[in-house]
Design a protein around this ligand. Structure first.
Ligand SMILES: *Cc1c(COP(=O)(O)O)cnc(C)c1O
Length: 390
């Protein structure tokens, strides 16, 4: 039996490969420290779990939900966008749609806007779905490199004009996975201008909007005046509220963008379980102190890893956001060689930077998803193995 041609064009999903390696090592009896996938190890906060229990007990949640999300959920989203970012006037009927987590909505946006012959502009390194979903849609991905010397922001002037003219979507993600890069509102404004000039739907993947430290609050691209003419923003409850397993998020912004995405979705899925939408509403009502209680756990881990790497010779700064530390591999190693060394010598799983795109070569990513004592243990194992950044 033959797979469709499109499956031959896409590499195996990065983390499916990493999980396979982990299982091999675990079968050999190795005590693995898995700092691979960005999957929070902490439980979902109690007030959210409680709303879910109540939702399940109410039989009115048991039938098909509305495709675009319940009225209550879309209103709660619009109210949250106003409270959190000062983005006023989002119309819950036309400018908000629920998603089964961002991954689903990201993929379906490519199906809605990309035809064969079209280009997409995708940040490199970046979330792997931008590339593979371009290919699923029959389009051509054009990588825009995120380099440390530019603070991991794309250089728009370096994009060839003939490609910009054929591009349908431009994807950005700030705070950025995997680099930890941050964008200012001024930079978002440049992107909005650029996308208006070439009539490109600007897609901001805001999966880490609440995962920030040291008092930093990431902005929304919709805070830029006129952004709603050209931009949509993808939000997810997954990372911010330790809810990766729940599969819930939302997309907000340009009505034509939301309409195209919604048209694909009505044909391929049937919405988010209404009890989960109620839990997500509870998530959006999380108080600042409850949120900080979740974030302080990651901030402490970040400091353990950054201090640990610094003690081994790495000259890195603590990232102000995301669930990751992005660090260069020592001289003389490729990304793949270095992560293999960490696995074989230290039992540590981390993804190679080039797993997120060619421009990620020379880096590796550490996810802050294991408890403090395991982070200390990881640094100790690296020290014992004589691994240093030199
Ligand atoms: C985790 C992640 C997602 C997907 O999140 P879900 O809502 O769980 O699907 C999307 N984009 C980026 C950049 C991520 O890191």
């Amino acid at each position: 039996m033959q797979f469709a041609k499109r499956l031959e064009q896409i590499p195996p999903y990065l983390f499916a490969e990493i999980d396979r390696k982990r299982d091999e090592m675990v079968a050999k009896g190795v005590d693995i420290i898995n700092m691979g996938v960005g999957d929070p190890d902490r439980p979902t906060p109690d007030h959210i779990v409680k709303a879910m229990h109540e939702g399940i007990d109410d039989p009115s949640t048991h039938n098909y939900p509305p495709y675009q999300g319940t009225q209550d959920y879309r209103e709660a989203v619009a109210a949250w966008m106003e409270r959190r970012f000062g983005v006023t006037g989002l119309n819950p009927a036309t400018e908000v749609v629920s998603s089964i987590g961002s991954k689903e909505a990201i993929h379906n946006t490519f199906l809605a806007f990309v035809d064969p012959g079209d280009y997409t502009l995708i940040s490199d390194p970046g979330y792997p779905v931008y590339r593979t979903s371009t290919i699923f849609a029959g389009g051509t991905p054009h990588s825009i490199p995120l380099l440390p010397e530019r603070g991991f922001l794309p250089d728009l002037a370096a994009i060839p004009e003939e490609i910009a003219r054929k591009a349908k979507l431009l994807w950005i993600n700030y705070p950025n996975n995997p680099t930890g890069g941050l964008a200012t509102l001024e930079f978002f404004a440049e992107l909005v201008d650029y996308c208006k000039r070439f009539d490109i739907l600007l897609c901001h993947d805001h999966a880490y909007s609440e995962m920030a430290y040291d008092g930093y609050k990431p902005p929304s691209v919709l805070q830029v005046p006129g952004a709603k003419d050209i931009a949509i923003e993808f939000h997810s409850l997954s990372k911010s509220y330790n809810m990766t397993g729940w599969r819930v998020g939302f997309v907000v912004g340009n009505a034509q963008g939301i309409k195209g995405l919604g048209q694909v979705k009505t044909n391929v899925d049937s919405g988010v379980f209404k009890a989960i939408q109620r839990a997500a509403i509870a998530g959006l009502s999380t108080t600042e102190s409850e949120l900080q209680a979740v974030m302080s756990v990651y901030q402490k881990r970040r400091d353990i890893i950054v201090k640990g790497l610094q003690s081994l010779g790495w000259q890195i700064q603590a990232p102000k956001a995301t669930l990751y530390v992005w660090a260069p591999v020592p001289k003389g190693f490729t990304s793949a060689e270095f992560v293999t060394l960490l696995l074989e010598k230290c039992g540590i799983i981390v993804p190679p930077g080039n797993g997120y795109g060619a421009a990620g070569e020379g880096f590796f990513r550490i996810a802050l998803t294991v408890p403090d004592d395991r982070m200390h243990e990881a640094i100790q194992r690296m020290t014992d193995a004589g691994i240093r950044y030199a």
